[in-house]
Design a protein around this ligand. Structure first.
Ligand SMILES: NC(=O)c1ccc[n+]([C@@H]2O[C@H](COP(=O)([O-])OP(=O)(O)OC[C@H]3O[C@@H](n4cnc5c(N)ncnc54)[C@H](O)[C@@H]3O)[C@@H](O)[C@H]2O)c1
Length: 364
């Protein structure tokens, strides 16, 4: 069957068996960890990155909307839906920068993948770990198009939950093994070194953000603070650097000195969302940016010269979670990494939902 959701967009929808369903496959935290251990985190990020790239290449097919955010003084809770008209996904995710001080994580998430032909959810997954993989996979994809291919040294500003995943992504994408790390919490840097040194990374403890950035080819900022912070200043930025800015992802929560953005070339995911949530919220609404999918699809140039300063103003977009869930399903469906969840009520007669309740009533 052919379906035309938008003018010029034709989607081939396979005819499906009359599956009534009931069971949904579930990937819990234990199985997610087992999958990551047995497959290798670095290898998974690299393979997932190819899925993200494939979906960015067919960007125009997707049903896109900025995420739905519920802001409070504690943080934000967001819903991130999208669909390619064959598969639908959404993610529930929070962002609470003050959580670690209370023993909670800044970011947690779970997500659902559903079949569009009948609307049934077929996969439910933990996504706290999966989000770290997908954010790293997306950064890697951006870096393949925007960083200098001869990059060898990365500054990491922020050594929290996302940091190790980012380091593994950049080794996969560019071969970077030399890290200069700055975090206001020295314990976080020690933790990062404990995790990454055994994997072959050289980790330098920088005394400041400025020191970390000096001589770096790539700078990744992944700090969490609900303010307009300045973790990178314009005078620290050297020609040819690629800035992978992932921590500024909410209204009123940014990391970069706006002067950097004014002289760099800025690449974004989905402009309507990034104008509100990204680093560019600090600039006028008509500041020119390039959407990354245009680069991936070969319509606009990525890095054009060795001296150019490029910024990936990452906020995280629903299509990346779609790619992550699509990849997860391809890897784990039907394996021992999933369990069956009785999530959808499926009466024998689809009109007799009440009958299902009556059938379960105790006899006598
Ligand atoms: N763009 C995306 O797709 C995406 C995805 C996931 C997370 N994020 C964002 O990335 C950021 C990091 O997430 P996380 O899960 O690693 O958070 P986290 O709380 O685990 O780690 C953040 C680290 O930043 C450090 N920090 C805070 N302010 C700092 C400063 N001024 N200078 C140096 N270090 C500082 C903290 O001490 C902490 O170690 C968050 O802001 C989160 O919202 C973005």
């Amino acid at each position: 069957m052919l379906y035309v959701p938008l003018p010029g967009v034709v989607v081939a929808v396979a005819d499906r068996p009359a599956y009534r369903g009931g069971m949904t496959e579930f990937v819990d935290v234990r199985n997610m960890v087992r999958w990551m251990l047995e497959s290798g985190v670095e290898a998974l990020i690299a393979r997932m990155s190819a899925y993200v790239e494939d979906d960015f290449r067919r960007w125009e097919v997707f049903d896109k909307t900025p995420r739905v955010a519920s802001h409070t003084p504690y943080g934000v809770i967001e819903l991130m839906p999208t669909s390619d008209y064959e598969t639908y996904t959404f993610k529930y995710v929070n962002g609470h920068p003050s959580n670690p001080a209370r023993g909670f994580q800044t970011v947690t998430a779970f997500g659902v993948l559903a079949e569009v032909h009948n609307g049934y959810p077929v996969l439910l997954a933990e996504m706290t770990l999966l989000t770290a993989l997908r954010t790293a996979a997306t950064s890697a994809m951006a870096a393949r198009h925007l960083a200098r291919p001869d990059a060898t040294r990365m500054a990491l500003i922020g050594a929290g939950s996302q940091a190790e995943f980012q380091a593994l992504a950049f080794r996969g994408a560019l071969g970077i093994e030399e890290l200069a790390v700055w975090d206001t919490d020295p314990d976080a840097v020690a933790k990062l070194e404990r995790n990454l040194a055994p994997l072959g990374f050289r980790v330098e403890h920088a005394a400041s953000g400025r020191e970390a950035v000096r001589g770096a080819d790539v700078v990744t900022t992944c700090t969490a603070d609900k303010t307009q912070a300045r973790v990178l200043l314009d005078e620290w930025i050297e020609p040819g650097m690629h800035l992978n800015a992932i921590g500024g992802d909410c209204p009123g929560k940014t990391e970069l000195d706006p002067a950097i953005l004014e002289r760099a070339d800025v690449f974004v995911e989905y402009t309507p969302q990034t104008r509100v949530e990204g680093e560019i919220q600090q600039l006028s609404p008509d500041y020119a940016v390039t959407e990354l999918w245009e680069v991936v699809a070969g319509r606009r140039p990525g890095r054009a010269s060795d001296g150019q300063v490029t910024v990936f103003d990452s906020v995280g977009f629903a299509i990346e979670d779609f790619s992550a869930l699509r990849f997860l399903r391809d890897e784990v469906a039907g394996t021992s990494y999933t369990t069956q969840l009785d999530l959808v009520a499926g009466p024998d007669d689809p009109k007799d939902l009440f009958g299902l309740v009556a059938a379960m009533a105790p006899v006598g």
